[in-house]
Design a protein around this ligand. Structure first.
Ligand code: SAM
Length: 328
C-alpha cells in the first residue's frame, strides 16, 4: 500500500490521456491554445497501462480517466477495456464533456462497468456557448447523459463548476435535476487553475452559498460521507427525493483525506492538483526502468505528497498548468 508521510493511503489514480479538448471552458483552458503537447510526448496506451499495472500492485484500486477530452483520443475504448483487466483495479471511471457519448456510450458500456461523470455547466444553449467558448450544443451533451444512462453506464454523475456571473443563476435548476433518481449532481467550486488567471475569491460560489440557495427552494439535510476520502459533501432533499453533492476545495478543503495521484497527459506524476513540482515517469518508462524501479519511484514520489493545496494561504502560487493539461 502506498502511504505518504502524513499517513494518507493512496488508492486513486487519475490519468489524463490527452491535452486536446473540444471545448475551451472559461475556468480551464485558454480560448486559443497553441501549446498542445507533440504526439510523441503523449504516453502510448501501453505506457499508461504499464504505470497503472505497477500502481495497482501497490494498492491503487480506482482509476479515473480524464483529459483534456478523453473520448477524443483514438483507442480510448480499448484502453478502458484493458484497465478492466488489470488485477487489483476495482473501479474504473471517466470524466468527459459528454459530447461524444451519444456515439460512444454503448461501446464503452460493453467494456464493463464504467462510472461516468459528465461536465455540464449550463442547460441554456446561449450560456453554455459562453462558458465553453464553442458553438457546440448543450443539447448534445444532455443527449450524452441520456445515452450513458440508456447504455447502463451507472452511476452517471453531472458536474457543474459554478462561476459567478456565468451560471450561478442555474443552481436551483440543477438542484431540480438532482431530484431525478437516476442522476447524481455535483456542484464544484471554481479553483485557481484557469488559463486566463480570471479566478478571484469573488467569482467562487461557495458551498455555503449553494446550500443556502437550494435550501430556500428545496430543503436539504446533510448526510454522512460514505468513505473518509470522498470529496463531496452530500445532502439529501428533505422530502427524500434524491440528493446532491458539493465539492468545495476552496471553502472547505479536504486535503487531509486526499487519496489521489495524478498522471498528466505528458507522463508526469503530480501528487496534488496544485503541485509546483512534477515527477517524470514517462522518461523512466522509455529508458529501461523495470517494474521494481517504477514501484520504488512511486513510493519515493508519494512520500513527497504535499500536505495541502495552500489556496487559502497568502503565499499561494497558481500552478503553470491548467486542468486541461493536468487532468481534472
Ligand atoms: N473534458 C472533460 C470534462 O470536461 O469533463 C475532462 C477534463 S476536465 C479538465 C475535468 C473536470 O475539471 C471538469 O469537470 C471540469 O469542469 C473541471 N475543471 C476544470 N477547470 C476547473 C477549475 N478551474 N475549477 C474547478 N473545476 C475545474
Amino acid at each position: 500500500m502506498l502511504q505518504d508521510k502524513f499517513g494518507r493511503e493512496i488508492h486513486d489514480l487519475r490519468i489524463s490521456v490527452t491535452d486536446r479538448c473540444n471545448f475551451s471552458c472559461v475556468y480551464c483552458k485558454s480560448a486559443d491554445p497553441k501549446n498542445y503537447f507533440p504526439h510523441r510526448d503523449l504516453p502510448t496506451w501501453d505506457e499508461f497501462l504499464r504505470v497503472a499495472r505497477v500502481l495497482a500492485g501497490q494498492g491503487i484500486r480506482k482509476v479515473r480517466v480524464t483529459g483534456g477530452e478523453p473520448l477524443l483520443r483514438d483507442g480510448i475504448v480499448n484502453f478502458i477495456g484493458d484497465l478492466h483487466r488489470i488485477r487489483g483495479l476495482t473501479d474504473i471511471a471517466i470524466t468527459t464533456k459528454g459530447y461524444l457519448l451519444p456515439e460512444m456510450a454503448a461501446v464503452l458500456a460493453a467494456t464493463g462497468p464504467v462510472r461516468v461523470t459528465v461536465s455540464l455547466d449550463s442547460t441554456d444553449p446561449a450560456k453554455f456557448a459562453r462558458i465553453t467558448r464553442t458553438p457546440r450544443s448543450c443539447e448534445k451533451v444532455m443527449a450524452g447523459v441520456e445515452a450513458a444512462l440508456a447504455a447502463g453506464l451507472k452511476p452517471v454523475k453531472v458536474n457543474i463548476v459554478l462561476v459567478r456571473g456565468f451560471n450561478d443563476d442555474e443552481i436551483v435548476e440543477f438542484a431540480r435535476l438532482a431530484r431525478r433518481q437516476d442522476l447524481i449532481v455535483r456542484f464544484i467550486e471554481f479553483m485557481p487553475l484557469d488559463a486566463d488567471h480570471a479566478w478571484s475569491r469573488g467569482v467562487v460560489i461557495t458551498a455555503k452559498e449553494i446550500v443556502e440557495t437550494v435550501n430556500a427552494v428545496f430543503p436539504l439535510v446533510e448526510i454522512p460521507r460514505r468513505s473518509p476520502s470522498e470529496t463531496a459533501l452530500r445532502y439529501q432533499f428533505a422530502d427524500g427525493q434524491g440528493e446532491l453533492g458539493i465539492i468545495a476545495p476552496v471553502s472547505i478543503p479536504f486535503c487531509g483525506q486526499c487519496s489521489r495521484l495524478r498522471l498528466t497527459a505528458d507522463g508526469k506524476i503530480r501528487t496534488c492538483l496544485f503541485s509546483l513540482r512534477e515527477h517524470d515517469v514517462r522518461h523512466l518508462v522509455r529508458n529501461g526502468a523495470t517494474d521494481d524501479d517504477l514501484a520504488q519511484f512511486f513510493t519515493r514520489v508519494v512520500h513527497q505528497k504535499e500536505p495541502g493545496h495552500r489556496i487559502n494561504e497568502p503565499d499561494f502560487v497558481q500552478p503553470k498548468r491548467t486542468m486541461v493539461y493536468i487532468g481534472g
